[in-house]
Design a protein around this ligand. Structure first.
Ligand SMILES: Cc1cc2nc3c(=O)[nH]c(=O)nc-3n(C[C@H](O)[C@H](O)[C@H](O)COP(=O)(O)OP(=O)(O)OC[C@H]3O[C@@H](n4cnc5c(N)ncnc54)[C@H](O)[C@@H]3O)c2cc1C
Length: 285
């Protein structure tokens, strides 16, 4: 195995583009190192991105939004009061990943690029309209987070492409986001269902919304019909009912020991209601 420590994303991309065997990037390593030790993956090239300047930074972007470097840990995000005030759902979703030890290493980029349909931060990022900033052999591009995973463990990234950061826009006035997941235990478990909601209010009325579900399909879903069910409403009982039905209808889950298809479909509706209520309250401030 060749271990690389490039000092720029362009170099990281060139190494990945020229590699012929199995390649992995190393951000926090909380997926990659576990896979290595259990012999699930044996990379020929392991490209550690942590020496690249800016990769550990949480910075305001010119539009008032945020640029979160590819090696920023969940713990760093939780400690960042301003980011947490703007996007509590995204930060809380990342904070659900693993234990205190895992928190000090795990990143949103690794969570996204591992390609798990149950990744906790992904529905929250999708609801918030986040984009992955990518550098590759053909230059830089931005990909909406919902377009990055294309199946379990599969990404839309091309050979040699590396994610440099996650960008989230400025939170619109009177907006709020929230993420909830269901797990059989109280922590340290994989989401049976996850749901992220972000919405904007004008008085009591919802003027914009995004709803995303995790762990109920081969990739996290952006569910437009669920958002449409609450836009133009004051999140009354009828709107919540329509939201829950649309969320449940979007599910195409697996049946396994953590939850049956029927259970996951039901819980998707329950979590969508609860997350929407939290986002609605947050948007009032
Ligand atoms: C004990 C334990 C508990 C966990 N609990 C949870 C949980 O509750 N919820 C959850 O969602 N996950 C959980 N995980 C999984 C893991 O911690 C997360 O997926 C984490 O966010 C991965 O981030 P990382 O930085 O460690 O990724 P890494 O392991 O460094 O990388 C993961 C993948 O992303 C790719 N990658 C990394 N950086 C880049 C880049 N810049 N560009 C392109 N590809 C890149 C790598 O090639 C690799 O395939 C848990 C893991 C452990 C060990």
């Amino acid at each position: 195995m060749r271990y690389h420590t490039p000092e720029s994303f362009e170099d990281a991309s060139s190494i990945a583009a020229a590699a012929s065997g199995t390649t992995r990037f190393l951000a926090g390593g909380t997926d990659v190192l576990v896979q290595l030790r259990s012999e699930l993956v044996e990379p020929d090239d392991l490209i550690d991105i942590k020496n690249i300047p800016g990769v550990h930074d949480i910075a305001r972007s010119d539009d008032g939004g945020w640029r979160i470097g590819a090696a920023v840990s969940g713990a760093q995000m939780m400690a960042h009061a301003e980011l947490k005030a703007d996007w509590p759902g995204v930060v809380e979703a990342t904070d659900l990943i693993g234990s205190t030890q895992v928190q000090s290493r795990c990143t949103m980029v690794g969570n996204l690029c591992n390609g798990s349909p149950a990744a906790d931060s992904v529905p929250a990022m999708i609801a918030a309209g986040a984009v992955a900033n990518v550098v590759g052999p053909n230059g830089a591009r931005d990909i909406p987070v919902e377009d990055v995973p294309i199946g379990p463990g599969k990404l839309s990234l091309e050979k040699g492409e590396v994610v440099t950061a996650i960008s989230i826009g400025a939170r619109p006035k009177h907006s709020g986001d929230a993420y909830l997941r269901f797990i059989p235990r109280t922590e340290m478990d994989i989401a049976v269902v996850g749901c992220g909601v972000c919405l904007t209010r004008d008085g009591d009325k919802i003027t914009a919304a995004r709803v995303s579900l995790g762990a109920v399909a081969p990739t996290a879903l952006l569910v437009k019909k669920a958002a449409d069910a609450i836009i133009g409403t004051a999140l009354d009982d009828a709107a919540l009912e329509a939201l829950a039905s649309a969320a449940s209808a979007a599910c195409n889950p697996i049946d396994d020991k953590r939850g049956t298809v029927k259970f996951r479909i039901h819980v998707a509706g329950v979590l969508a209601r609860r997350a929407a209520k939290i986002a609605y309250e947050r948007a009032a401030k």
